[in-house]
Design a protein around this ligand. Sequence first.
Ligand code: AMP
Ligand code: MG
Length: 349
Amino acid sequence: METQFFLITDPAAQTEDVAAAAAILRSGGLLGIPTETVYGLGANGLDAAAVRRIFEAKGRPQDNPLILHIPEAGWLERYCRNIPPAARLLAQAFWPGPLTMILQRRENVPNAVTCGLDTVGVRCPDHPVTLAILRAAGVPAAAPSGNLSGRPSPTCASHMLEDMDGRIDGLVDGGPCGVGVESTIIDLTTPIPRLLRPGGLPLEQLREVLGEVAVDRAVTSPLAAGEKPRAPGMKYRHYAPKAPVTVVTGEGRRTARYIRRNLAGHMGVICFDEYADQFPGCVVEAIGSANDRAEQARRVFDALRAFDGTDVEAIYAQCPGDAGLGMAVANRLKKAAGFQVVALGEDGE
Ligand code: AMP
Ligand code: MG
């Protein structure tokens, strides 16, 4: 299959390109779409056959459901029932934006999207190009991240092309992603709203609107054998480069020292900018200043992906704490590490 490439910088002016991309979606094709979080692999979310092709193209496990992307909150009613007031509040506060809500689904949402669950994840992405394409298509896009299953999510069109060239009908380049980690997922079908995946919208902001929000255990720890996750995607190893990763948590100077002392062989290091010159002989990927979590979020997947072009045998990663976007960055690093974590304290030896 030849993958058609679109570069859309101004959707209002490039109406023909928007229409051509929308036609791919409408007609059951697979379309790579830019969003503010990561690039998505979209198909018409009402067309079960088209949605099934997403799973084939990614090699995605059949029990890991997809998120429906809609161009405005007004479309929620079309695909969801029993929408609680909390959903309206959140949509008003944070859409378009990096927040996915789990709600009860209507019958018109195919099982192929929800993997048979009676709930569906819905999000309105904050990207003018994809919003224009969704409006022109007149259908929601079911879309997971646009990587091969298990690989780091793509944060620019060329990373998506690396994984998907020849496997999809079209790819829309709308520039690099501004957020860099996937959406925050909150389940609103439980009595207390529950965070299933930390992402581009910090937990603190959800709590400002909702009050109490529970955090699913799978956000911070691996699942026990046989344990059934609330978000099916949680049970898979994710975002992983080819070399094994070890995450080191704690104060920056301490984690840098720990990593230096444990280097053996040809190693990769993911670190904060301040420590980038402390690992001679290693392949070093700096992900931003220790205090700049938005920058770390933008760069963490690029860093994980970069090691695949090298012959490093193992990778150590410095890791931010859980405040703000740190929770999403730390979660992605820990999942890439299969939760192989060395926890150091904040001071002392
Ligand atoms: P991805 O876009 O590849 O990051 O995958 C979408 C994520 O949304 C996965 O982690 C899914 O498990 C999660 N998800 C989608 N729909 C639901 C749902 N109805 N209930 C719980 N999690 C969901
Ligand atoms: Mg994904």
